[in-house]
Write a protein that binds this ligand. Structure first.
Ligand code: BGC
Length: 422
């Protein structure tokens, strides 16, 4: 071998060995880049189940986390990416946002996989209405969360001789007792989406499911401007008395941590809060208690996290499809949701691996489906489109912070929704 030949040979060898050492991406191996807002401890632990699952299938995971509960910031980043022609393979997405993106024509068609894997049969209609656009599957639902829960520190409750409250008066009685003991009664983070998460529950507890539907889903001005809504706002104002002085702007998981530590007694939050308790090594029935927000048993205000799949180049489609398949695998639906705190998105998943709160979540969803009281959460984008939701957020937060009296709040709500609906 002359010098030139040997140089070429070793350069080639070097190139191929360098390639072998490169991460899978450079070799054209499969990869998904995924935008999401699962950045708390419990959320990250759940997401890991999906990452590992896909890694096992030979799919590398490129993480695009955007912190901020409820996903508002994530949606801003997503808009920037899609607008600049750089959509992720998939993005976590809630309710009506999926429909909005589908309308833009940027989401992929998952019908072939959905048909092969029988998604139509095993995913409840309430979820499908968001996952499908004009008959085409565009998103893979991961879970079924719900917002009408309260999470309690068991020791704080036991020490004060309290039981999980089952109606409004018992709830207020319990909060009063905790407050009198010197502890924070209600762990809360003053962010619009968290205020709205409380609002979901108070609307059900005060007006019942029919009223919730009329006001927050049908956006009926009469219901929005009613005395019942005024009472909802009065109750929101009442709850405000039980939060600590530093509640403003606090992240939801830090509020969960207050209950986990026993510095506070109760958090009103969706069942992703359970993910935080479990991630901290706490057990339901031993360290913490869960119950439906007092007065809302039989109703479930749900939000389902879905991975909306974007139209991507042919080189990225195989990985995208593997991701969709992995998400709808019944085994994954169990192992993921056990960690996340949610019920599975599929109805054919056993509850055997779930703890008592998880079993209750699954049973409650069944009950709500039968009673037709499985209602989309306003706070989490499953009752109304983003423009209306955001307009309501402003008013709810205004009332919670005392900027509007309940009376003014009701008037503002009617005006805000009418403006945003156009
Ligand atoms: C999502 C949950 C998430 C929570 C807090 C909700 O909108 O559905 O999955 O854990 O926000 O970030």
């Amino acid at each position: 071998m002359n010098v030139t030949k040997s140089f070429i040979f070793s350069a080639a060898l070097l190139a191929s060995s360098a390639l072998a050492g490169l991460p899978a991406l450079a070799q054209g191996a499969q990869r998904v880049d995924v935008l999401h807002w699962w950045t708390s401890g419990g959320e990250a632990a759940a997401l890991n189940v999906l990452k590992q699952n896909l890694n096992g299938e030979g799919v590398a995971w490129q993480d695009v986390p955007v912190a901020g509960g409820g996903g508002e910031q994530a949606m801003t980043v997503l808009r920037a990416r899609v607008t600049s022609g750089n959509p992720p393979t998939a993005s976590q997405m809630l309710g009506f946002d999926i429909q909005d993106w589908a309308e833009q024509g940027v989401l992929a068609d998952l019908n072939a996989i959905a048909t092969k894997e029988n998604w139509d049969k095993n995913i409840p209609a309430a979820l499908q209405q968001f996952s499908k656009y004009k008959g085409t599957w565009v998103a893979a639902p991961v879970n079924l969360h719900s917002t009408n829960w309260i999470w309690m520190n068991k020791k704080v409750f036991d020490d004060l001789g309290l039981k999980p409250p089952q109606n409004w008066d018992e709830f207020i009685g319990a909060l009063d007792k905790v407050k009198a003991s010197g502890k924070t009664a209600l762990a809360h983070g003053g962010q619009p989406w968290q205020d709205a998460t409380i609002f979901d529950s108070v609307v059900i507890a005060t007006g019942g499911p029919e009223f919730y539907k009329k006001a927050l889903i049908d956006l009926d001005p009469k219901a929005l401007g009613s005395d019942t809504m005024k009472k909802v706002f009065e109750r929101m104002t009442q709850l405000r008395k039980y939060v600590d002085n530093n509640f403003s702007g606090r992240d939801w998981n830090l509020a969960s941590a207050m209950v986990i530590r026993g510095d506070a007694a109760v958090q009103i939050m969706g069942d992703w809060a359970k993910g935080e308790f479990v991630n901290a090594g706490k057990k339901p029935g031993t360290d913490f208690l869960c119950t439906r927000f007092p007065g809302t048993q039989g109703v479930v205000t749900f939000n389902t996290d879905q991975f909306a799949m974007f139209k991507v180049g042919a080189d990225r489609q195989a990985a995208q499809q593997k991701m969709a398949t992995a998400i709808e695998d019944p085994g994954f639906q169990s192992s993921f949701n056990v960690v996340k705190g949610s019920a599975p998105a599929r109805t054919d998943v056993s509850d055997a691996a779930f703890d008592d709160c998880g079993k209750k979540a699954i049973a409650d969803v069944k009950e709500a489906v039968a009673k037709e009281t499985l209602l989309g959460s306003l706070a989490h984008g499953h009752a109304a489109r983003a423009a209306v939701k955001n307009a309501m957020y402003d008013v709810i937060t205004g009332v919670f912070n005392g900027d509007y009296s309940p009376d003014q709040g009701v008037k503002e709500l009617v005006t805000a929704v009418a403006g945003a609906k156009q």
